[in-house]
Each structure stands twice: as C-alpha cells, then as structure tokens.
Write a protein that binds this ligand. Structure first.
Ligand code: DSN
Length: 410
C-alpha cells in the first residue's frame, strides 16, 4: 500500500465496505485482478492521440498493437464490423454516436427516464435534449412495457433522424429487429445503447442488437465487467464518422491503460466461465424477483428478463429514498428509482432498483438470492427499526466472509 496514510485509510475503508455489504446497484460490478492491474500499468504514462498508424505523437508501436487487439476482440465477441475502443465512458460514447449521424436541431426519439431510459437518450437537461429535438418514448401505463405499434406510429409522425434506444431501468428485452423495421420505415438511423446488458449479450443471455443497429454503444464496467469506460460498435460505412466524432470531435488522447484493461476484460468475456456468469446473473435476478413478489412486493412490469428490476414500494407505504437509506444501514446497497408514471418526485420516488451483477461475481446463486430477498423484505417491513438494521448488517457481514470480492475467471 502507498505511503500516503490519509489516502490509504480511506482506501482501506472502501475495501472493507465492499467486502461487508450486498452491492445491488445494477450498473456496478467487480473487476478481475487482471483488469485492475491493467488500469494501473505503464500504459497510463503514454499519450496516443489519433488511431493506430495515424497518431500525433511518436513511440506508438505498443499502443497500436494494443488498440488493434482490443478492437479485434470486441468485433469478434459481438460480431461487429468496426469497434472504437477510445470512449472515456458511456455518455461520451453516446455523444459520439449522435455526432456521427445527426446535426444539431435534428429530431431524436429515445426512452424517457421514468420509462427506463438514460439522460443521454434525450433528457432535457442533458446535451442530447439541448442540442437535438427530443421526443420521448414512454412505456404503457398498465403493462409498463413498450408498445411497438405505438412507437411505430410516433416515429411516422416525428420522422426522427435517429431512434436512440437503450435502457438503464427497463427490465424487459428489447425487440431490436422491430426497432430496425421502424427505423427503416421512417428512414432513421438506429442506435442502441447496451451499457447495462453488454455482458449479458456476450453471454447469450440477452439479444444482440449488432445485426440490426447502425451503431451500438456501451459502457465496459457494468455486466461486461471491464474497466470504467465506453465502447462503440458500428457498421463499416459509419466507421470514419464514429471515429472522427470520438477524436477529434469530443476527446483528445485515449486512456491507453483503460484500453488495455478493456482488452483484458474482452479476453475474459470470451471464456466459457463468462458465459456461465452472464446466464447466472439473469437467473439470479429472476429468482430474486420471484421471491420478492411472493413476499408481497410488486416488480415493475411483473418481473425481469435481465440483470435488474425496479421494485414498486407503495404497498409497503415507504418511499424509495427512505427504503434505500434503511437498506444501506442494514448492509444492502441499492439506489432509489422512479417507477413509470411515478406520482412522487425524483428525489423521493416510489421505487428502488436492484441488480445482481456484483452478487453473481461473488458466487451467489439461487439459494443465496432467497436469503437476500428475505433480508430486503424484513427491512422494508420495518424501515425505522435501527436495531433490526444493525442486526441484519452483522448477519450479512458474517455471511459474506465466504464469498470473495473478486470474480473467478477460468
Ligand atoms: N449511472 C448508470 C446507471 O446507474 O444506470 C447509467 O449510466
């Protein structure tokens, strides 16, 4: 550990926190030691503005080899024609996708936040809602699912330049083929943002949009279990536009340590153990949703097809913020989340969002998920009970001693 005692003390506390709590924020995961080592390696000492064989600094032979390797691994895993591996994270990757196919003022269509979309899918305070003209797709009020006939009807009226389709809290599979048909009918580009489900796609546990979308964006640190970062896949005919949007359009030099860590993660994701991991993530989420339902909670849309779910807490007379705070005191870390058509304000919404990527990386299976469900419901039934929270936190801490905070890669 470093000589910096102040930093070391904080770091040590974070190591301990991650060991002792159930981490259930669906966008988080646990990187392997190989990925973490790559992030701290010597590639962070080197600038690499440009692309392989077209750099603006000398000394690039290893950067070029590394970037080409990461690109080749990404294309092979997802079946893509071109990969850009330089995006600093998901939001800049999405910005680059817009810049590759849109001009400011163009009409765009994407899911609203409460329907499970992301800020960068056209939210009014985000660049995507300010630079472009956003039109929001919402889930149906009764089913809380997308209605593709209505989306097609809306697209015919709006005539968007791009359908920008992705999710952060919509737990059902997206019909990418249908979105392609809608885009084709109105002459729009189809961009899909698979930040949350990228690892599930690789594992064959969620549909792959690559055959249908013009551009696919993602982060590398969620279910894909790589470094914090972003990645863009596209058809060859858009490769130059995407690359130019990333650099020099948005970014300067890529973080080559991040590119190295991405290459390592993509190598891990190609192994059979990752396929088993991704499949187990979904089984665990479905098992958790079933148990929570049996214990009296309502899952938005009735369940999940992926790694996460939004839980409607109104039956328990507790709001999402109060619930997330009580759960954290009990050793269960999640985030408060709006439900579709939420009657409550965003800072105190009606739901929480729960995910299984981290717990599955620690080796949890269905039996463990049953225990997790009972801990959650015990706290939600009595959210002001500090004694119960402390007791549950101790129980969870003891339980977790048998589960390493590092995924097994074999
Ligand atoms: N912040 C991410 C999430 O939690 O879903 C999306 O970028």
């Amino acid at each position: 550990m470093w000589k910096d005692e102040e930093v070391s003390a904080i770091y040590g506390r974070e190591v301990a926190r991650q060991q002792r709590v159930l981490r259930m924020i669906p966008s988080e995961n646990i990187m392997s030691e190989g990925v973490r080592a790559a992030l701290g390696g010597v590639f962070c000492n080197k600038y690499a503005e440009g692309y392989p064989s077209k750099r603006y600094y000398q000394g690039q032979e290893n950067n070029d080899a590394l970037e080409r390797l990461a690109q080749a691994r990404a294309c092979a895993l997802f079946g893509a024609e071109h990969a850009n591996v330089q995006s600093y994270s998901g939001s800049p990757a999405n910005m680059a996708a817009y810049m590759a196919v849109c001009e400011p003022g163009d009409r765009i269509m994407g899911l609203g936040l409460n329907s499970g979309g992301h800020l960068t899918h056209g939210w009014k305070v985000n660049f995507s809602g300010k630079l472009y003209e956003p039109h929001r797709i919402e889930v149906e009020e009764g089913t809380e699912r997308l209605n593709y006939d209505k989306i097609a009807e809306m697209a015919r009226e709006v005539k968007p330049k791009v359908l920008f389709i992705g999710t952060t809290s919509y737990s059902r599979v997206l019909d990418f083929k249908r979105f392609r048909e809608i885009a084709d009918e109105v002459g729009a580009y189809l961009v899909t943002d698979i930040a949350h489900v990228a690892g599930l796609v690789v594992a064959g546990a969620y549909p792959n949009p690559v055959p249908y979308a013009d551009i696919v964006t993602m982060t590398s640190h969620k279910t894909l279990r790589g470094p914090r970062g972003g990645m863009i896949l596209c058809r060859e005919k858009l490769a130059q536009a995407v690359d130019r949007a990333v650099f020099p359009g948005i970014q300067g030099g890529p973080h080559m340590n991040q590119v190295m860590a991405l290459a390592v993660a993509l190598g891990e994701a190609a192994r059979p153990s990752f396929r088993a991991y991704g499949q187990q993530v979904v089984k665990n989420a479905q098992c958790l949703a079933d148990h929570l339902t049996r214990l009296g909670l309502r899952i938005v849309s009735g369940g999940t097809d992926c790694h996460m779910m939004v839980v409607d807490l109104r039956a328990k007379n507790v709001d999402g913020k109060t619930a997330a705070t009580a759960l954290e005191k009990s050793g269960i870390v999640c985030n408060f989340n709006a439900i579709p058509y939420d009657p409550n304000p965003p800072r105190r919404p009606s739901g929480i969002r729960l995910g299984t990527p981290c717990l599955t990386s620690r080796g949890f299976k269905e039996d463990e998920m049953a225990k997790v469900a009972s801990w959650i419901v015990r706290i939600l039934d009595d959210p002001e009970n500090a004694e119960l929270q402390a007791k549950t936190a101790s129980e969870i801490e003891a339980f977790l001693k048998n589960y390493p905070v590092s995924p097994v890669i074999d």
